[in-house]
Design a protein around this ligand. Structure first.
Ligand SMILES: [Zn+2]
Length: 315
């Protein structure tokens, strides 16, 4: 079964991108996430791009062909994983040529100063492109948990400058972003369900959102029920402890010689409590045929006497 991240990426890979500006923005983020650039002997640039997801590889290839800058030479290699349960790798090689130089210039990855490590502000002037850029980043190095495994969405990259760029962008959209490092990777993450939903909606993952939201709702109902049960258990525990303490006190008091002088009403109350340790105050009031406040008053009096008795014994 594909992972939830894989499902999201599969859906995003079919997102229909029609604006050329957005196409450049998404491709730039995608390449920055998982691509490396190579320089040929003739000083032309080439790109190596790898992904675990076949649909992402296809999308990147389609983008490279759809940029209308001429025939870019590409090669797709599938690397089979030797380890079981590890996914295959798809490597796209874009052969070095003047067209690739032009493409990287158009994307702002190379500029007059040479390589631009990750400041893509020129690609991000329009709102539409910002969304596409985040989609590219997710397709390249994103992952998201299914909500039943805890809320977590992350974008991880080995490029520090680029992670700063993504952080700035996510902050602009007021996402509550956390950041950390893992091995050689800079990781930005979201932990709140609402933020994850907004992010997925922003980058165009509408179908998986339905699944995400229904799992989240189910989880929240389950949590709510658990909270209620825990709360009731805690209350019950308190009642049981209180009545146990009372019963012990009453027994002690009735055993005491001086208790012979105990008024009948108090004696009755003490016995009622001993015989009915697990009933509530109102039920005890019913048994005794008096009001709740009356029972409360008598019980307090009995407890005070028991306390007094214990004090005297300890002297
Ligand atoms: Zn755009």
């Amino acid at each position: 079964m594909p992972s939830f991240s894989m499902e999201v990426k599969n859906e995003l890979s079919h997102f229909n991108e029609t604006n050329l500006c957005c196409l450049y923005a998404e491709l730039a983020a995608l390449l920055r996430m998982d691509g490396t650039f190579v320089l040929s002997a003739k000083h032309h640039l080439g790109i190596n791009f790898s992904t675990e997801n076949a649909a992402v590889a296809r999308r990147a290839l389609a983008f490279l062909k759809g940029l209308c800058i001429g025939e870019i030479n590409t090669e797709l290699v599938v690397k089979r994983s030797r380890r079981l349960q590890k996914n295959n790798y798809y490597i796209i090689r874009v052969m070095p040529s003047s067209l690739v130089d032009e493409l990287l210039k158009n994307m702002g990855i190379i500029n007059a100063d040479g390589f631009n490590m990750g400041k893509d502000s020129s690609l991000l002037s329009k709102y539409c492109c910002k969304e596409s850029y985040l989609r590219g980043a997710f397709l390249g190095g994103g992952s998201v948990n299914k909500p039943d495994r805890g809320y977590h969405l992350e974008l991880s990259t080995s490029n520090y400058e680029f992670s700063r760029q993504l952080l700035t962008l996510l902050n602009q959209f007021k996402f509550p972003v956390g950041k950390t490092t893992r091995k050689d990777y800079y990781v930005l993450y979201l932990k709140e369900s609402e933020a994850i939903i907004s992010f997925l909606r922003m980058i165009g993952a509408e179908q998986v959102l339905e699944e995400f939201e229904s799992t989240r709702n189910l989880k929240e109902v389950r949590n709510q029920v658990n909270r209620l049960v825990n709360c009731e258990t805690a209350n019950l525990q308190k009642t049981v402890e209180a009545s146990l303490r009372q019963v012990q006190n009453m027994k002690k008091l009735l055993k005491d010689a001086k208790a012979k002088n105990l008024p009948d009403a108090l004696k009755k109350t003490a016995w009622a409590r001993i015989n009915n340790p697990d009933v509530s105050l109102s039920e005890l009031a019913q048994i005794l045929g008096i009001g709740k406040s009356g029972v409360n008053h008598r019980l307090r009096k009995l407890e005070a006497m028991a306390l007094q008795l214990r004090r005297c014994e300890n002297k």
